[in-house]
Design a protein around this ligand. Structure first.
Ligand SMILES: Nc1ncnc2c1ncn2[C@@H]1O[C@H](COP(=O)(O)OP(=O)(O)OP(=O)(O)O)[C@@H](O)[C@H]1O
Length: 225
C-alpha cells in the first residue's frame, strides 16, 4: 500500500524579521491523527511557526501545503475560509470572548461555518467537564475551565488539525496535567492531528514524536529515558 499522504506538509519554511532569521528551512509532515510536540528555546519562533501553519502569519520562503492546497497561494480571505473549516487553535491566553456565554463561545466556529448545532455544543461541553455551564459568562470561570471552553471551541467543528500554543502555560501544575489529559483524549476521539508547542517535558513525553525547532530547521528530539 502506498504511504498515507500527510495532512500538512511544510518545506523549507523560513521566517525573517528584517535581516534576522527567526527560523529557516523547516521541513515537517503532519500525518492524520498524529500528536507532535514542538519544543525549542524561547524566541526560536515556535509560536510564529504555529501561526504560519494556521495561515495567521506569513513566511518569507518555503511552502505550507494542506491536503494539496498551497496556503501561500491563497489571499487573506481564502486563507480565513480555509482556516475556519480545517483548523482548531488553542492559545495559552484562552482567547475566550468575554461578552459571549460559554455555549456561545463554543458554538462560534459552527456559526461561522453556517452549520447547525444539533445538540453538539451541549454534548461537547459535557465531554470537557462543563456540562450545565453553557449559560455562564467567562468571567465566572476558573483558568482551567476557560481552557476547557477553548478546547471545546477548537474541536466543535471537527477540524482535522488542532494547533495548540502552550495551552497549559497559564495553569497550575495539577490543572495543567488535567487539561493536557483532556486535550489529548479529545483530539484522539475526534481523530484530529495535534501539533502542540510546549515547554513542558511531561507534555512532550506523551506525544507520538517530539521535534525541536532550531534556527536552522526542525530536528528530531530523542525520547527521554
Ligand atoms: N514584530 C517583530 N519584530 C521583530 N522581531 C519579532 C517581532 N515579533 C516577534 N519577533 C521575534 O521573533 C522571534 C520568534 O518569536 P516567537 O514568539 O515565535 O518565539 P517562541 O519560540 O514561541 O518563544 P517563547 O517560547 O518565548 O514563547 C523572537 O525572537 C521575537 O523576538
Amino acid at each position: 500500500m502506498p504511504p498515507m499522504p500527510p495532512l500538512m506538509r511544510l518545506r523549507g519554511l523560513t521566517r525573517r524579521y528584517g535581516e534576522s532569521v527567526v527560523f529557516g528551512d523547516v521541513d515537517l509532515d503532519v500525518h492524520p491523527g498524529e500528536f507532535i510536540a514542538v519544543i525549542g528555546d524561547s524566541g526560536v519562533g515556535k509560536s510564529t511557526l504555529l501561526n504560519c501553519m494556521a495561515g495567521l502569519d506569513h513566511w518569507d520562503a518555503g511552502t505550507v501545503v494542506h491536503e494539496g492546497a498551497d496556503l501561500g497561494a491563497m489571499d487573506d480571505r481564502a486563507r480565513a475560509i480555509w482556516r475556519r473549516s480545517h483548523v482548531g487553535f488553542v492559545f495559552q491566553a484562552f482567547h475566550v470572548l468575554p461578552h459571549l456565554d460559554v455555549a456561545q463561545n463554543v458554538a462560534l466556529p459552527l456559526v461561522l461555518l453556517g452549520q447547525r448545532d444539533d445538540g453538539r455544543v451541549e454534548k461537547m461541553l459535557a465531554s470537557v467537564g462543563l456540562g450545565g455551564m453553557g449559560a455562564r459568562l467567562p468571567q465566572e470561570l476558573s483558568g482551567g475551565q476557560l481552557q476547557r471552553v477553548a478546547i471545546a471551541r477548537a474541536l466543535i467543528h471537527r477540524p482535522p488539525l488542532l494547533l495548540a500554543d502552550e495551552p497549559t502555560g497559564n495553569l497550575d501544575p495539577d490543572t495543567a496535567a488535567r487539561i493536557m489529559d483532556l486535550l489529548i483524549a479529545q483530539t484522539r476521539e475526534h481523530h484530529a492531528a495535534l501539533v502542540l508547542v510546549t515547554h513542558a517535558h511531561s507534555a512532550a513525553a506523551r506525544a507520538d514524536r517530539t521535534l525541536r525547532l532550531t534556527a536552522g530547521g526542525m530536528v528530531n528530539e530523542p525520547a527521554a529515558g
